[in-house]
Design a protein around this ligand. Sequence first.
Ligand SMILES: C[S@@+](CC[C@H](N)C(=O)[O-])C[C@H]1O[C@@H](n2cnc3c(N)ncnc32)[C@H](O)[C@@H]1O
Length: 309
Amino acid sequence: MHRRGWDQLAKWRDFRMGEGGDLWHRAIIDPTLLEVVGPVRGLSVLDLACGNGYLTRRWAREGAMRSVGVEHSRPTLALARRRERANPTGAEFLDRDARKLSGFASGTFDLVVSNMALQDIRNARGAVREVARILRPDGRFVFSLSHPCFDLDDRSGWVVERVREPDGHWHDVVWRKVRAYRDERSVDVSWDISDRETGWTTGYHRTLTTYSRWLREAGLAITRLEEPSPLPEAIRGTPQGSYMLEVPLHLVVEARFLPSGAPRRGDRALTRPGSRSSAGNRPKESPRSGSGDRRRRSGSVRRGSTTGL
Ligand SMILES: C[S@@+](CC[C@H](N)C(=O)[O-])C[C@H]1O[C@@H](n2cnc3c(N)ncnc32)[C@H](O)[C@@H]1O
């Protein structure tokens, strides 16, 4: 289902993303991502798992010396190329698996950006390794993710509790519940294409430790980490918008090469016996929800290996 799932979503995603991103990109994720990316004029930029390429095209318009989007879904790529043909910006779109960026010499790019895709890439460890290979020594890798700590497929959700104050006034207290954070695995992700149609892809939950370790193994270290806050448009536009003012569902990371001579291997894994937290008070309401249109199918989660998802 892996690539085929994205193939089936291609038209729907292209329609939603358009040239500026959907609400979740436009008003939550991208403002922070773009701020971390900074000016791209004169840079060679790779957009890893670029989807319909709206950011690849944006960076070409903003004066990137070279702006390349890579994707493994051919229907998605065809739509990116169609946009580029209709309205040329100079962006290139190539059919590549993020884990094997063949055709790019080592040290080709100043900047690799991956927007909301690493959690959808099987063996993203290989993708991180490839990113490090194609980056220049002073290059940067910037990526956004579903927040590994707060957006864990069907194992996280909002809890909205109606609380009565001593003065008799009622108000809502929002909690984010999370369980089994350390359990890395693959999960079926459903997308609400319409009232009648649901699309499915495969996502991969990994801990922050795992992402950080993969970066270190590739010689990269985190130099910036941001947790995007919703803009007013998102607060108005989705019930979760105001909740995200309290708990972020996304992460934006910038990584650069460690100085030469610094250790390049990940730290040895620290394992700790799993522990179960005791049941708390029953929530009044418990909407289960992930980022944007993502909905995880309850009970359909498949177990993956504990490493290298
Ligand atoms: C959630 S979408 C994000 C797309 C785009 N970056 C955006 O923000 O609109 C995830 C993308 O990752 C792509 N993808 C997943 N695994 C991939 C792989 N191994 N190589 C290349 N692309 C991959 C999918 O086809 C899909 O377009």
